[in-house]
Design a protein around this ligand. Structure first.
Ligand code: NAD
Length: 501
């Protein structure tokens, strides 16, 4: 294909999908084949300005749109997403690499947030205290704050944009989204469906790019809030820069999630859960389980865990029966390979080496097969860095307390899990562990949208998480009204006013 015959990813500005005038483009590449699927622009400063201006203009009317009107758009939107699920999943698999089942899961977990947004009438409610003083009432209004921005990572290109713009828009804000430049195509298809569902011109805008585009969003005075999901390094930069510019910021960042396996756990269920959570989606989940701590006698389960990992099928995500697809890019493959080499040189035992797997028909794919280290210690790079690939680090501990201590000393606090048949052990774990999302006999405890995503410590900056109740607070400004009405004015009003309904 020549450069001119490759489709281009459009910008969305003021309700129109427009071709960028930039001279800077990058390729969207299928990670299983290296086929160039599209070219994505790095928007110019003028285009970013136009997107923000369009959101600011749309806010003037959108903020006063009736709750029912907003809710009905999201009712229609969830229906459209359902109807287009196979197409959305296929696009996602082609550009991101995950299996079709995982791609449907990616869209579905975002769809749940859209369903939640359709219930905005029950969510954006203020409070009222009657007679706080004689004849005086106090009540709160949860009002939208203005233009909000979202910056999203490559690993969930459907779910994470859907964590952001539906709830921001349902609460009456307008939005500028900057998706990952590595896989923006499914996000753009979701935007087309959002417009089809009735989101008016200017309410949702999309720009593409890298650090310059992100910095422009962090700096612009019209933007009142920034939601970020991605790595800790970039998220910390976004938090600091946007906060310095007076914005609300929420940053969900990197992870190193540990599971504790107690010797009384249900062995079959636990080993299956660990294999899925460590290697599924090629380990490119912020809620993956890349570290397992075998407590006491469960250390004897290691050979079976290795056997379980060997059974997983590595192939292109679009092929039936695939368990582990490719990683996102050649760069990611090189980084993961380098980390595996560091594990070997730093003295961990490589129980299963997934480097350079043979994948017939997809010889150019960015594949790493399940890789498993035992004897991992907390001073190794494979322990201290987020590998974001299908690599599992196995450690041992003599007691649950020792295992909890290891987890609490790790700087990250995104997710964790315990596998046990003991309610008392599980309860102590949930009490003492310093991690935002806790699974009990569940490997990937991502909360459904009636709750919020709740990472902690180095995995999160800002006190309010995405979706759920917390994000209604994040995307609204509480106004507190204290009101008194005088009886004598009521008399006068009744005499002088004609009320028409
Ligand atoms: P990333 O931080 O590289 O990119 C995220 C976004 O930031 C992208 O839109 C990218 O264009 C932009 N960006 C990249 N470099 C930048 C820079 N120097 N300055 C400004 N902006 C920049 O993350 P990624 O590799 O796309 O995603 C993987 C990471 O995201 C992992 O660390 C993973 O744990 C994390 N993640 C966290 C969660 C969570 O909820 N905690 C969820 C998904 C992913």
């Amino acid at each position: 294909m020549t450069a001119s015959s490759i489709p281009t990813v459009k910008l969305l500005i003021n309700g129109e999908f427009v071709e960028s005038k930039t001279s800077e483009w990058r390729e969207v590449v299928n990670p299983a084949t290296q086929e160039v699927l599209a070219r994505v622009p790095f928007a110019t400063a003028d285009e970013i300005e136009a997107a923000i201006a369009s959101a600011a203009a749309a806010f003037k009317t959108w903020r006063k749109t009736a709750i029912g009107t907003r809710a009905r758009i999201f009712l229609k939107y969830q229906q459209l997403i359902r109807e287009h699920m196979p197409e959305l999943a296929a696009t996602l698999t082609a550009e991101q690499g995950k299996t079709l089942a995982d791609a449907e899961g990616d869209v579905f977990r975002g769809l749940e947030v859209v369903e939640h947004a359709a219930g905005i009438g029950n969510l954006q409610l203020g409070e009222l205290a009657n007679n706080v003083a004689g004849g005086v009432d106090t009540y709160t209004l949860l009002q939208p704050i203005g233009v909000c921005a979202g910056i999203t990572p490559f690993n969930f290109p459907a779910m994470i944009p859907l964590w952001m713009f539906p709830m921001a828009i349902a609460t009456g804000n307008t939005f500028v989204l900057k998706p990952s430049e590595q896989d923006p195509m499914v996000t753009m298809r979701l935007a087309e469906l959002a417009l089809e569902a009735g989101i008016p011109a200017g309410v949702l805008n999309i720009i593409h790019g890298g650090p310059d585009a992100v910095n422009a969003l962090c700096d612009h005075k019209e933007i009142k809030a920034v939601s970020f999901v991605g790595s800790t390094h970039v998220g910390t930069h976004v938090y600091n820069r946007a906060s310095l510019n007076g914005k609300r910021v929420q940053c969900m960042m990197g992870a190193k999630n540990h599971a504790i396996i107690m010797p009384d756990a249900n062995k079959e269920q636990t080993l299956n859960a660990i294999a899925g959570a460590a290697f599924g989606a090629a380990g490119q989940r912020c809620m993956a389980l890349p570290v397992v701590i075998l407590v006491g006698e469960s250390k004897n389960w290691l050979p079976e865990l290795v056997e379980r990992a060997k059974t997983l099928r590595v192939n292109a995500g679009c092929e039936p029966g695939t368990d582990v697809g490719p990683v996102i890019s050649r760069g990611a493959l090189a980084r993961i390979t380098d980390l595996i080499e560091s594990g070997v040189s730093e003295g961990a035992t490589l129980e299963l080496d997934g480097r350079n797997p043979q994948v017939p028909g997809y010889e150019n794919g960015n594949f790493v097969a399940p890789t498993l280290f035992s004897g991992v210690t907390t001073d190794m790079r494979i322990y201290n860095e987020e590998i974001f690939g299908p690599v599992l680090c196995v450690m041992t501990a003599d007691s649950m307390d020792e295992a909890i201590d290891i987890i609490n000393r790790n700087p990250n606090g995104n997710g964790t899990a315990i596998f046990t048949r003991s309610g008392a052990a599980a309860r102590r774990f949930q009490e003492d562990i310093d991690v935002g999302q806790v699974g009990i006999n569940l490997p990937i405890p991502v909360p459904v949208p009636i709750f919020s995503f709740t990472g902690s410590r180095a995995s999160k900056l800002g006190d309010l998480g995405p979706y759920g109740k917390q994000v209604v607070q994040f995307y609204t400004q509480t106004k507190t009204v204290t009101a008194r009405w005088f009886d004598e004015d009521a008399e006068a009003g009744a005499l002088n006013t004609t009320i028409s309904l």
